[in-house]
Write a protein that binds this ligand. Structure first.
Ligand code: AMP
Ligand code: MG
Length: 419
């Protein structure tokens, strides 16, 4: 087992062990946010036939070559074609068909004249423009042709993908499974939200924040409850999580007298690949997997609430995205200017919770205040996580640093860009 590795080394080990999950078939209507397990080829043309882009008249452009406002050309209206109607009757010279948007173009016609460029009088229509061939006609297959590869495996399904799948007549689609994450809290001091907090007991809030972090990344949290600080209770609850894809325990892989988690994991067949990552908050992070790859990946997160969220954020989140088939694994980052001086001495990489503010083209980052690993308010206020590199001991006001953007609201614009 590795001990005291860098965050970069830890991330590489985690991602090397995170498997791409298998496929499942779900309703297209439920597929938003999922990742396609297979590419999708079209079995049809879209649109299926040449059709009108306008309400107007289907014509033969040659008949109207000389038409203008000064010299309108008169055509005979021989039929009406609505969307969903059929266009069996071919147009002969001098003839037009009344046509509505989306209706099929009749044989013999090669253009549509907009209603606005015509005057109708019974079965006659006067046309004041000379349309180019194919004017106002949407060609069969101009969107999608038979055999086109319209979506690739690995595509993230959003509204446009769902619309396309529906257009192709698909009601179900094959996507990667959502990772199931078993979540365990451990400690005699912990209670549920409605529990008795006398005597210094606290709510096992990590289970809640971790479950929410799972949901945010599209994973399915499975709550294993609070294990008492005994090997028996830890083992009993861990066993209930062995069928998950990933198991997250907060608190317990440490060096305290009552830290039984590691021993229990080993008994169950899980070997730790590393313990201790040179970062702050979050040093006491453990990562392991079951021999033979049968069980879940196991993260022993630190107990302190900020450390638990931070180690989830940096390692569990990218692992879950990879398992669920996502191509992009990380948060957006940007370079920000420090609005104040930061100092440290410990040779670890610090993830500084920062507030962000725009200053013209630049972004200014300032610490959210007390950065203690138990101070959950530092996460509450954080719009980003500033990376204070391990080797640096000081960042001066005005220096620039990389910031992971946690809060997508920060990227939202104050106006839509057109007003
Ligand atoms: P430990 O890792 O057990 O030494 O715990 C470190 C700190 O985190 C202690 O103050 C614990 O009370 C706290 N802690 C442990 N587990 C949780 C949890 N599930 N929710 C909130 N705080 C926790
Ligand atoms: Mg504990």
């Amino acid at each position: 087992m590795l001990n005291g590795i860098t965050p970069a080394e830890a991330l590489r080990i985690v991602l090397d062990h995170a498997p791409l999950l298998g496929a499942e078939t779900i309703a297209v209507a439920d597929a938003r946010g999922r990742v396609l397990a297979d590419g999708v080829r079209s079995n049809r043309r879209l649109p299926p036939c040449d059709n009108s882009a306008m309400d107007g008249f289907a014509v033969r452009s040659a008949d109207l070559a000389a038409a203008s406002a000064d010299h309108p050309v008169q055509l005979e209206v021989v039929c009406e074609i609505a969307a969903g109607g059929s266009a069996e009757r071919a147009l002969c010279a001098g003839q037009a068909a009344r046509i509505l948007t989306g209706a099929p173009i009749p044989p013999g016609s090669d253009a549509v004249v907009r209603q606005e460029d015509t005057t109708r009088d019974g079965d006659r229509v006067m046309v004041v423009v000379a349309p180019a061939p194919r004017a106002n006609i949407r060609d069969a297959g101009e969107d999608v042709d038979i055999g086109d590869q319209v979506l690739d495996a690995g595509a993230l399904v959003g509204p446009a993908e769902i619309g396309m799948l529906a257009s192709l007549g698909r009601s179900v689609v094959s996507v990667h499974q959502r990772p199931r994450v078993a979540i365990l809290s451990g400690g005699d001091e912990l209670v549920e939200t409605d529990g008795d907090t006398s005597g210094g007991r606290i709510v096992a809030s990590n289970s809640y924040s971790i479950a929410a972090q799972c949901l945010e990344v599209g994973a399915v949290p499975v709550y294993l409850g609070i294990a008492r600080d005994t090997p028996e209770d830890i083992e009993r609850r861990l066993r209930a999580g062995l069928r998950a894809d990933l198991l997250v325990s907060s608190a317990g892989v440490s060096v305290g007298d009552r830290d039984y988690l590691r021993g229990v994991l080993e008994k169950l067949g899980c070997s730790l690949l590393f313990w201790g990552v040179k970062m702050k908050p979050g040093y006491p992070l453990a990562f392991g997997r079951f021999e033979g790859g049968g069980g879940p990946l196991v993260f022993g997160l630190p107990g302190n609430p900020v450390s638990a969220m931070m180690t989830f954020e940096q390692f569990v989140r990218p692992a879950l995205r990879k398992m669920g088939g996502r191509r992009s694994l990380f948060r957006p980052t940007l370079r920000a200017r420090l609005g104040e001086r930061l100092q440290k001495q410990d040779g670890r990489l610090h993830f500084v919770r920062v507030e962000l503010e725009r200053d013209g083209e630049e972004v200014v980052a300032r610490s959210t205040g007390n950065q203690g690993s138990g101070v959950l308010r530092s996460m509450l206020l954080a719009r980003g996580l500033l990376i204070f590199p391990a080797e640096a001991s000081e960042l001066r006001e005005g220096d620039s640093a990389t910031v992971q953007i946690l809060d997508e609201e920060f990227l939202a614009a104050p106006t839509p860009g057109f007003c």
